[in-house]
Write a protein that binds this ligand. Structure first.
Ligand code: ADP
Length: 150
């Protein structure tokens, strides 16, 4: 059984994240989406709301699970018996950050990082932009996965 985690803050989980997970299911048997709870990072959506959005998005996909964690990402991977970390890459801006974390994770354990390039149509979508639109009262449904009701 090939199991990966897909870690992130997901404040909120966007259609860009959704697309990465769906594509990941083509080569992983199971993906555990891990919402990292970082005390020093202030978020707009509560943990419960972030969990609910992801549960709604994957209500019909039993191979996707979701959990929150407040440990190191690699420790979370080991705790759910996952050998892989799945991440998405939008731009060169993401690259250096992802490489540093992937190198550190591999040094600590033998957990491998698998990175997928974002589909071009989603490469400009970030949780930050979606939060800003939401805070100014805009309809963000086109930026969220299908079937999600806020
Ligand atoms: P983090 O705080 O760990 O960066 P995010 O919730 O912002 O968490 O992102 C989680 C993962 O999803 C990261 O690998 C990020 O690069 C990726 N990601 C974010 N937005 C998109 C997008 N629009 N398309 C594909 N991948 C994305």
């Amino acid at each position: 059984m090939k199991r990966a985690i897909f870690p992130g803050t997901f404040d909120p989980f966007t259609i860009g994240h959704y697309s990465i997970v769906l594509r990941g299911l083509n080569f992983f048997d199971e993906i555990v989406i891990g919402i990292g709870v970082n005390q020093s990072k202030k978020t707009l959506f509560t943990i419960d709301k972030r969990l609910e959005i992801i549960q709604q998005a994957f209500a019909n996909e039993p191979r996707v699970k979701v959990a929150s964690y407040n440990s190191l990402t690699v420790d979370f991977a080991l705790s759910v018996d996952a050998g892989f970390v799945l991440r998405g890459l939008r731009s060169v801006g993401d690259f250096e950050y992802e490489r540093t974390i992937a190198d550190a994770n591999r040094k600590l354990t033998n957990v491998e990082t698998v990175i997928l390039f974002t589909e071009a149509e989603y490469s400009y979508i970030s949780s930050t932009v979606v939060r800003d639109l939401y805070m100014f009262g805009k309809d963000i449904s086109t930026f969220l996965p299908p079937n999600v009701k806020l």
